[in-house]
Design a protein around this ligand. Structure first.
Ligand SMILES: Cc1cc2nc3c(=O)[nH]c(=O)nc-3n(C[C@H](O)[C@H](O)[C@H](O)COP(=O)(O)OP(=O)(O)OC[C@H]3O[C@@H](n4cnc5c(N)ncnc54)[C@H](O)[C@@H]3O)c2cc1C
Length: 374
């Protein structure tokens, strides 16, 4: 006996949750299969910085579009999601990074994103707990922050209200030709299957170029106003987009609750979810260079998560080689930000609706090119 759905989602992280809600709102009959619990993967480990990034025109288009969708959704999000807009301050350490501030500012302005260049004095006034002097910074006021786990739980609950069926504690063992088989041997048939299994998506869609990229975060006690914006070193760009080596970068987020999240790190080649003390030490050293007082703040928890990284730092959104299996994976460090745009683009594709931005740069059809470049 099999059950029939319009769409079966694999994975209830933020991407699966956003897709489930989008499809359910479009009137489709949806099932979501989650091997563990909602947001138990990268989503539950993430910072929740809703940020516009401009590593490539396609990344800029997707992050900007998705940030606007979050802003539209914000009024109905429950308080537990702690959505607010502290803005981002990109800190420049030296003249070279100030040149990058000006380049970024020009790119953002040309794309309708307002930013303000801060000199050394203005930066010190905006963030009194930063070490001084730094060369300056770019303030991007529209960037937001949210708590990813309750955001995913909210979207799953809303999809359920619209009739979506949520199955947790069961893993998908295979998905192809419109058929999903669970590890408990249950069979689900679907017009479309969406692989939103994050860093585990290659277990279902074999051969896709998605690799695990481990990250660490630390959470402090409540220190209201200690940081007023999401603070990121511009060197983060070198780190986030750098090569294979382990890297850390200064990235501090003030949660609405007053807690501070301190990050961040990136490692390829580790499948071990346990904390790496040398990474935590390096993260703290980097954080103290930018904000010396952080050393004396009480840390209450540290954890790790696995991002799903693609070689060109863009997600895979759209049909795989098997046209019944759509991919919604490979969001690396931007999946909280880009989840809503991913869901909208996939629904537009499936329902033959026009899209606000072209889906082409994210289509898995580029996989062969990516594999050749690897
Ligand atoms: C330390 C860290 C900080 C981050 N900070 C940010 C940030 O500030 N802003 C931002 O935009 N992004 C951030 N990210 C990235 C973001 O967390 C991810 O891009 C995003 O969570 C991906 O969501 P997802 O739903 O694709 O994957 P996941 O959240 O990993 O969800 C995949 C789900 O699929 C399930 N699953 C896997 N295999 C199966 C199977 N066979 N059957 C059934 N279920 C299965 C898993 O259990 C999991 O729940 C960060 C990531 C990390 C690690």
């Amino acid at each position: 006996m099999s059950r029939n759905y319009d769409v079966v989602m694999i994975g209830a992280g933020i991407v699966g949750a956003a897709c489930a809600l989008e499809f359910a709102q479009a009137g489709l009959n949806v099932a979501i299969i989650e091997r563990n619990t909602v947001a138990s993967g990268a989503t539950g480990a993430a910072m929740g910085h809703i940020v516009v990034m401009d590593d490539s025109p396609a990344q800029l288009a997707l992050t900007k579009y998705s940030q606007a969708l979050w802003s539209d959704l914000a009024p109905v999000l429950p308080d537990s999601v702690e959505y607010y807009r502290p803005g981002t301050i990109w800190i420049a350490s030296d003249g070279e990074e100030m040149a990058e501030v000006r380049r970024k500012h020009a790119t953002f302005s040309a794309n309708g994103i307002s930013g303000e260049i801060l000199d050394s004095q203005a930066l010190a006034e905006a963030e009194p707990n930063l070490r001084r002097p730094f060369a300056g910074a770019l303030l991007v006021a529209n960037d937001a922050v949210l708590h990813p786990q309750p955001a995913a739980e909210y979207m799953i609950a809303e999809a359920q209200k619209l009739g979506a069926q949520v199955i947790t504690g069961d893993a998908v063992s295979s998905a192809s030709q419109g058929r999903v088989i669970l590890e408990n041997r249950e069979v689900l048939d679907a017009g479309a299957i969406v692989n939103a299994a994050g860093s585990l998506s290659p277990d279902i869609s074999h051969g896709i170029p998605v690799r695990k990229r481990k990250g660490h975060l630390m959470l402090t006690e409540i220190y209201p106003g200690y940081a007023r914006h999401q603070l990121v070193e511009l060197g983060y760009l070198k780190s986030a987009h750098g090569s294979e080596a382990d890297s850390v970068a200064f990235n501090v987020q003030p949660r609405l609750s007053g807690h501070l999240l301190v990050g961040s790190s990136r490692q390829y080649g580790s499948e071990d979810p346990r904390l790496d003390q040398y990474i935590l030490d390096a993260m703290m050293e980097r954080a103290a260079f930018f904000m010396p007082g952080l050393l004396s703040l009480k840390k209450i928890r540290s954890w790790t998560g696995f991002r799903a990284a693609t070689p060109d730092k863009l997600p895979l959104i759209g049909p795989s080689e098997d046209p019944t299996v759509l991919l919604a994976t490979g969001h690396e460090g931007l999946g909280i930000t880009t989840s809503l745009a991913t869901a909208r683009l996939l629904a537009d594709y499936l329902l033959h609706r026009p899209s606000a931005i072209p889906i082409e740069p994210y289509l898995p059809a580029r996989i062969t090119t990516l594999q050749e470049a690897q």
